[in-house]
Design a binder for this molecule. Structure first.
Ligand code: ADP
Ligand code: ASP
Ligand code: MG
Length: 451
C-alpha cells in the first residue's frame, strides 16, 4: 500500500484534478493526502490578519474569492469530466458550510480585534478541509470510489497551535480507519497540514506541513512507499525556478534530502523525512504534470564517494547577536542563552561564536520582541533582518579538500556574514544578504554543476 501526497501546486485547477485521478487509478491500493488548492492557505491567513487590523470588509471579500475559486473548480471539473453537476451537490454544500464558518471567525476577530494562534489554526486548516472533501467527491463523480476522512480524526497532536507536534503512537490506532477503507476497495482522501488537539481544537503542523502528514500516515500504516507529487520532477540540484539549468537528482540519501529540505529546498517539508527514515520507507518525489518522469528516490543508502548533491537557500532569516564580556572564559553562558530559545520554542539554525559574542540565525520572527527582551539579561543584543542562508549539500565533506576554496572563489564578489561547516559531514552553510542570494545560488551552481 502506498501513500500519495499531492501538494497545492498539483491542486490548482480541474485539469490537475483529473491528472491526479488518473495517477491514483494506477496506484491503488493507496491513501491520499492533499494540500489546500494553490494559494488558498495564504489567502486564508491574509483574511484573518485583515480582520484583526479592522479591515473586515476586505477580509470578507477574500472569503468570497476563496468560495468562488472552489465553486469554479467544481464547475470546470463537471464540464471537463462530462459528469452530472447534481453528483457534486454535497461538495457545493461543503463549500457553503466552510465559508460560513470562515465568515463567523472573521466576524469574531473583527469584533474583538484579536487573532489568537488557536483561531488562526482553525482558519488556515479550512483550505485542506475544503480541498480534501471536494477531491473525494470529484473522484466519486468520475466513477472512482473514494471516501473523505477528516484529518482531525487521524492526526492527534499537542496544543502548540501553529506548530503542533503529532502523537505518533496514537496514529497507529487512528489510522485503522484508513486501512479499513483501503481493504474495502476505497481510496481514503484526507487533508494534510492539520490535526486535532486533545480538547478537539484544530491544530496545524506548520507551513508546508502536508508532507509531514503524509509521512506520518505512511509510517503508521507501514506503507511500502511514500510518493510526494508536486510541480517539478523531483529534488533538483537547486531550485529550478531560480537556476533554470538545475537538474533532477535521480537518487538521494535520507540525510542529504533532510539537509536539503532543512536548508530551504521547499519541495519537501524538513520534518517529512523523519517518520519515513524511522520506518525505512522509500520516498519518491514526482511531477503530477510529467508522471512518467522517474523523479527523485530518497532511500537509506549512502554512497561512499564524496559527492556534492545540491545547492539550497532560505530567504528571510534573522540573525541575533549577543555581545558580552561575561562570556569570556565563562562556562554555562551558551546553555543559559539557549534556554531562552527553548522557552520561546524558537529553533536556531546556525551558530557562530567568538570570545565575547555569539550569533544565531532563526527562521521565525514570532516572539522576536520577547526574545530580545529576555536575552538582554546576558549582554547587548543586536538583530539583523533580511539575511539568507546559502548552503552546499552533499556527503563526506570532512574528508574532502578544496570545497571551501571553491565556494569562496565562486562567491568572491558577495560579502559573507557567517560561515558554518563541520557540525555535520554533509553541508557547508553561509549567511549572506537576501538580495544576493539568488546570484549566490547561481554562482555556486555554476561552480559545482557546470560541465
Ligand atoms: P507543493 O505545493 O507540491 O508542496 P511546493 O511549492 O511546496 O510544492 O514545492 C515545490 C517547489 O519547490 C518547486 O516548484 C520549486 O520551485 C521549489 N524548490 C526549491 N528548491 C527545490 C529543489 N532543490 N528541487 C526541487 N524543487 C525545489
Ligand atoms: N496548505 C499548507 C501550506 O500552504 C500546507 C501544505 O501545503 O503543505 O502551508
Ligand atoms: Mg510543499
Amino acid at each position: 500500500m502506498r501513500v500519495l501526497k499531492f501538494g497545492g501546486t498539483s491542486m490548482g485547477d480541474a485539469d490537475s484534478w483529473r491528472k491526479i485521478i488518473s495517477i491514483v487509478k494506477e496506484r491503488t491500493p493507496c491513501v491520499l493526502v492533499v494540500s489546500a488548492t494553490s494559494g488558498t492557505t495564504n489567502l486564508l491567513i491574509e483574511a484573518a490578519e485583515l480582520a484583526e487590523k479592522g479591515n473586515y470588509k476586505r477580509a470578507l471579500e477574500l472569503a468570497g474569492s476563496i468560495k468562488e475559486r472552489h465553486n469554479s473548480l467544481l464547475r470546470q471539473f463537471t464540464e471537463k469530466e462530462g459528469c452530472d453537476s447534481k453528483q457534486l451537490r454535497s461538495a457545493y454544500d461543503h463549500i457553503d458550510l466552510l465559508i460560513e464558518e470562515l465568515e463567523r471567525y472573521l466576524n469574531g476577530i473583527g469584533t474583538l480585534g484579536e487573532l489568537t494562534p488557536r483561531t488562526l489554526d482553525r482558519i488556515s486548516s479550512i483550505g485542506e478541509r475544503l480541498s480534501s472533501k471536494l477531491l473525494a467527491e470529484c473522484f466519486n463523480a468520475a466513477g472512482f470510489v473514494a471516501v473523505h476522512i477528516d484529518s482531525g480524526e487521524v492526526i492527534k497532536t499537542d496544543d502548540a497551535f501553529g506548530q503542533a507536534t503529532p502523537d505518533r503512537q496514537q496514529l497507529k490506532t487512528t489510522t485503522g480507519k484508513l486501512t479499513n477503507e483501503v481493504q474495502s476497495g476505497r481510496v481514503p482522501v484526507m487533508g494534510g497540514f492539520y490535526g486535532n488537539a486533545p480538547d478537539g481544537n484544530i491544530t496545524t503542523l506548520g507551513r508546508g506541513g502536508s508532507d509531514f502528514t503524509a509521512s506520518l500516515v505512511a509510517e503508521a500504516i507501514g506503507a511500502d512507499a511514500l510518493e510526494i507529487w508536486t510541480d517539478v520532477s523531483g529534488m533538483y540540484t537547486c531550485d529550478p525556478r531560480v537556476v533554470p539549468d538545475a537538474t533532477s537528482i535521480p537518487e538521494i540519501n535520507f540525510h542529504e534530502a533532510a539537509e536539503l529540505a532543512y536548508f530551504g529546498a521547499r519541495v519537501l517539508h524538513p520534518a517529512t523525512i523523519q517518520p519515513a527514515v524511522d520506518a525505512d520507507i522509500p520516498v519518491q518525489v514526482k511531477n503530477t504534470f510529467q508522471p512518467d518522469h522517474p523523479g527523485t528516490t530518497i532511500t537509506s543508502e549512502l554512497k561512499e564517494e564524496q559527492n556534492i548533491k545540491a545547492i539550497a537557500f532560505k530567504r528571510d532569516i534573522t540573525l541575533i547577536t549577543i555581545t558580552s564580556s561575561r562570556m569570556l572564559m565563562a562556562y554555562g553562558f551558551l546553555a543559559r542563552v539557549f534556554t531562552v530559545f527553548e522557552q520561546l520554542k524558537l529553533p536556531v539554525d546556525l551558530v557562530t561564536t567568538s570570545e565575547v559574542s555569539v550569533t544565531m540565525s532563526i527562521d521565525r520572527t514570532d516572539g522576536l520582541d520577547e526574545l530580545k527582551e529576555r536575552l538582554k539579561e546576558y549582554g547587548e543584543v543586536s538583530v539583523e533582518h533580511r539575511q539568507a542562508l546559502l548552503c552546499v549539500v552533499g556527503n563526506n565533506f570532512l574528508k574532502s579538500r578544496g570545497i571551501a576554496n571553491r565556494v569562496f572563489g565562486a562567491l568572491a564578489d558577495i560579502p559573507v556574514r557567517m560561515i558554518s561547516q563541520g557540525s555535520s559531514d554533509m553541508n557547508l552553510s553561509l549567511v549572506i544578504s537576501n538580495d544576493k542570494v539568488e546570484d549566490g545560488a547561481r554562482q555556486l551552481h555554476r561552480e559545482f554543476f557546470s560541465e
